[in-house]
Each structure stands twice: as structure tokens, then as C-alpha cells.
Design a protein around this ligand. Structure first.
Ligand SMILES: CC(=O)N[C@H]1[C@@H](OP(=O)(O)OP(=O)(O)OC[C@H]2O[C@@H](n3ccc(=O)[nH]c3=O)[C@H](O)[C@@H]2O)O[C@H](CO)[C@@H](O)[C@@H]1O
Ligand SMILES: C=C(OP(=O)(O)O)C(=O)O
Length: 427
């Protein structure tokens, strides 16, 4: 597996444009299965998870091509509703195909999805939602078969505002007979993006972004061309990196309204954030201040996907901070790695008590999952000396050439290939 080598201690400076959002692009690509024809999706990031989604779509019989930031997807030749176990196991987002395939073929045969080891990540809310729409589900070990000659609109209440379940049920309901109401729905911006995409194809959905989504079933959809929203987690990662290195950066094509909770935490830490339309400037010339308590919760509260990155900033802050993780039970794996870099963090159940230290020191560390990996990269950028981050494929799931992006901001970061052990020169 590739590794990143970082010479730390250099404040980030410069300007970068934000990539398209992984968590919007993945369900939107899956939702394309609801239409018969060619869709073009623009501003799609070049990521391992996108490669896997396109492989799955090809396996289902689609023609899929990624040309730069655009994906051209022809779903007309799709003729399978079965996703092999080895493809399902490569990422969590393979589950997004359940709703669309069921709606299109009346049947879907899949396996439990894979993905980063950050918690148990059950799919019971997805399955109960589809059952409410009339699906009959059989589970046999890892294998799941779901059938419904014709889905029927229903009132679906989610026990928890699961992002993926909200999206899966929305997608299944688009071609169902009658009206579906999803209550206690997740409110993430990526759900609004999915609504915009589906409505552009002729769906009739209102309410995404609130906790009640109403989908009035339509007979069929028409193909469209659509541009993915900017990635709020990549934006947030860069903002934290600027603050942790005490640099000053400008982010273009960002959506600051998706990052209100992070901006609030950063300002409490003494970081300067200025917003002008889709441009954000972030500067952190002095040592950050501790933030008494940060709690991850569903949107619009503080996102779990930025928990590990912000923990690095707090590890360098003046004072004691507490970070509470309420979404995933296994999302503190970066703590051991940060401790090896000199951080003083104690985990007690789902809270981490972070005693800020003046500096971190370079070490060889492992990206245990996507965002843990991003946090270690930030730690490496801020640390004194050399940091080696191993298992970079996990970071490649969500960051489009992270070393190129950070290199543009002046970071001293290089990728070394696992095959040749040579430095990979950015293309
Ligand atoms: C591709 C994508 O958009 N991924 C995001 C999505 O993941 P994902 O859609 O998987 O996250 P969910 O909102 O579904 O999961 C939140 C919590 O609910 C639990 N749960 C979920 C579904 C279910 O059927 N049963 C159940 O118990 C999960 O184990 C977890 O503890 O939202 C997460 C929470 O913001 C983010 O961290 C992920 O980056
Ligand atoms: C957990 C994440 O993604 P996924 O749901 O695709 O595993 C993430 O993006 O941080």
C-alpha cells in the first residue's frame, strides 16, 4: 500500500478549489439506475470509492466512463439486479444500489456492504424502510434478497436519522405508486443534492434538508446532466489543516453554509474564518485555544466526519478539550497514532479528553480509516520532523490526490508507491 511522507512544521498558504462531494456523488451515481438512458454527472472527484461504484454499475450492465471530473453513465443496457459479494464488500456505499435496483427490476440480490471499520454499521433502518414500501426481504447469512413487484408509497418513520437509509428510501420511493413520507429523515446537504438531481430527472420530492421528506411517485424519469456540490468534509479538513499549521489559506468553490458548526468550533479555538460567497479564508497565526466540548451529531450539528481532524487541532491547543463521538462507536482509532506523535489524549467510552501539547513530533503512523488518515496527515503537517502515513488507500477513498492538493498549499508531502517504493510524481 502507498504511503505519504510529510516534512512537518511549514504553515500552509495559498489557494485551492474544493473537489466535488464523495457523499453526494455516490448516491447520485446509484440513483442514475432509476432512469433508462445516459446521464452526465459533473464535478465528480477521482476517488477509490467512485471507481468501485463505477465497477458495480458496469457489473450491472451499464456503460460508465469517467473523463476528468465528468462521469458519463449509460444505464439503458443494465440487465442485472445482483451485486457480487466481492464488490459489495469494497465499500459501505454499495448499499445505495438497493433502493434503485429494487425500484427498477422489482428485485435486488446483494450482500452486506463493506467499508471502513468505524463501527457496526447495521442496515436495519434501510431494510425496515423498504419493507414499509412493500418489499419482501430474505436474509441468508451475508446475502440479502429483496423483492417487490411494485413498491407502494407509505409513511416511513426512521428510528434514527440515518443518512444512507434516508437516501435509499427516497430513491426507492421515486417510482413507487403513491406518496411516501419519511419522518425523522437525515438533513445532510448531500440529501438535498440527491433531491435536486432526482427532481431534475422528473421526480417529485420536497423536504430534503428538513426532517420530513415527501416523495410523490412518478411513472418514469428522464436523463439529465448534473453538477455535484462541493465536499464539505474536504473543505473542513483543509480549514483545520490551515489552523493546525498556523497558516493562511483561501478555499474556492466552497459552500460555507454547509460548515456552520465547524466554523463555530474553529472561531471558539481562536481561528480566523472569513466568508465571501463561495470563498473562505482561514488563518491561524497563533496557538489554538482549547474548546471545552465538541459533540458529533447528525447535521446541522458537528459532523463525525470531521471529528478526528479537529481532534488534531485540539491536541495542539492551549488547555483541555473534550470531544464526544455519538455517531460511530469505533471512531477513535486515530488516538493511539496521535499519542505516538506526542498528543495527550485519554479516551473514556465515547469521549476523548484532550490535553493540548505545544507540539507534535513526526512518527510512522497508520491511516486506520479514511478520516483518521486525514487527521494523521494534518498532524504530520503540523508536527516537528518527518511523519510517514501508511495505508494511504484508505485516504484515497475520500480525498482526490491529497498530496497534490496539499502540495499546492506549500506542504512538503510526497507519495511513495507500495509497488516500486519510488516517489510518485503528481500528474
Ligand atoms: C456515503 C455517506 O454518505 N457516508 C456518510 C453517511 O454514512 P451512513 O449513511 O452509513 O451513516 P448513517 O447516518 O446511516 O449512520 C449513522 C449511525 O446509524 C447507524 N445505523 C445506520 C443505518 C442503519 O440501518 N442502522 C444503524 O444502526 C450506524 O451504525 C451509525 O452508528 O453518514 C455518516 C454520518 O454522518 C457519515 O459519517 C458518512 O460519511
Ligand atoms: C465514513 C465515511 O464514509 P463511508 O460512509 O463511505 O464509509 C466518511 O466519508 O468519512
Amino acid at each position: 500500500m502507498d504511503k505519504l511522507v510529510i516534512e512537518g512544521g511549514k504553515p500552509l498558504s495559498g489557494t485551492v478549489a474544493i473537489q466535488g462531494a464523495k457523499n453526494a456523488a455516490l448516491p447520485i451515481l446509484a440513483a442514475s439506475m432509476l432512469v433508462n438512458g445516459t446521464v452526465i454527472i459533473d464535478h465528480v472527484p477521482d476517488l477509490l470509492d467512485i471507481d468501485v461504484m463505477l465497477d458495480i454499475l458496469r457489473d450491472l450492465g451499464c456503460r460508465a466512463e469517467q473523463i476528468g471530473p465528468s462521469v458519463i453513465l449509460d444505464t439503458a443496457s443494465a440487465d442485472s439486479c445482483h451485486i457480487p459479494e466481492w464488490l459489495m464488500g469494497q465499500m459501505r456505499s454499495s448499499i445505495f444500489l438497493m433502493g434503485p435496483l429494487l425500484a427498477r427490476f422489482g428485485r435486488v440480490e446483494i450482500y452486506q456492504p463493506g467499508g471502513c471499520a468505524i463501527g457496526e454499521r447495521k442496515i436495519d433502518i434501510h431494510l425496515r424502510g423498504l419493507q414499509s414500501l412493500g418489499a419482501v426481504i430474505e436474509e441468508d447469512g451475508n446475502r440479502i434478497v429483496c423483492r417487490a413487484a411494485k413498491l407502494k408509497g407509505a409513511d416511513v418513520h426512521l428510528d434514527f436519522p440515518s443518512v444512507g437509509a434516508t437516501e435509499n428510501i427516497m430513491m426507492a420511493a421515486v417510482l413507487a405508486e403513491g406518496i411516501t413520507t419519511i419522518s425523522n429523515a437525515a438533513r445532510e446537504p448531500e440529501i438535498q443534492d440527491l433531491q435536486h438531481f432526482l427532481n431534475l430527472m422528473g421526480a417529485n420530492i420536497i423536504g430534503a434538508g428538513t426532517d420530513t421528506i415527501t416523495v410523490e411517485g412518478v411513472r418514469s424519469l428522464v436523463p439529465c446532466r448534473y453538477r455535484i456540490i462541493p465536499d464539505r468534509i474536504v473543505t473542513g479538513t483543509l480549514m483545520v489543516a490551515a489552523a493546525a499549521t498556523r497558516g493562511s489559506i483561501t478555499l474556492q468553490n466552497a459552500n460555507p453554509s454547509h460548515l456552520t458548526s465547524l466554523i463555530h468550533v474553529l472561531r471558539r479555538a481562536g481561528v480566523q474564518v472569513t466568508v465571501d460567497g463561495d470563498i473562505m479564508k482561514v488563518g491561524g497565526a497563533s496557538r489554538p485555544k482549547a474548546v471545552e466540548r465538541v459533540v458529533t451529531s447528525p447535521y446541522p450539528a458537528f459532523p463525525t466526519d470531521l471529528q478526528s481532524q479537529v481532534m488534531v487541532l485540539l491536541a495542539l491547543a492551549d488547555g483541555v478539550s473534550v470531544m464526544k463521538e455519538t455517531i460511530f462507536e469505533g471512531r477513535f482509532k486515530h488516538v493511539d497514532e496521535l499519542t505516538r506523535m506526542g498528543a495527550d489524549i485519554r479516551v473514556d467510552l465515547n469521549s476523548a479528553v484532550i490535553r493540548g501539547v505545544p507540539r507534535l513530533y513526526g512518527a510512522t503512523v497508520e491511516a486506520t480509516d479514511l478520516r483518521a488518515g486525514a487527521a494523521l496527515v494534518i498532524a504530520g503537517l503540523a508536527a516537528q520532523g518527518k511523519t510517514v502515513v501508511e495505508q494511504v488507500h484508505r485516504i484515497d477513498r475520500g480525498y482526490d490526490r491529497i498530496e497534490t492538493m496539499l502540495g499546492r498549499l506549500g506542504a512538503r508531502i510526497s507519495r511513495y508507491s507500495s509497488v516500486s517504493n519510488n516517489r510518485v510524481v503528481p500528474g
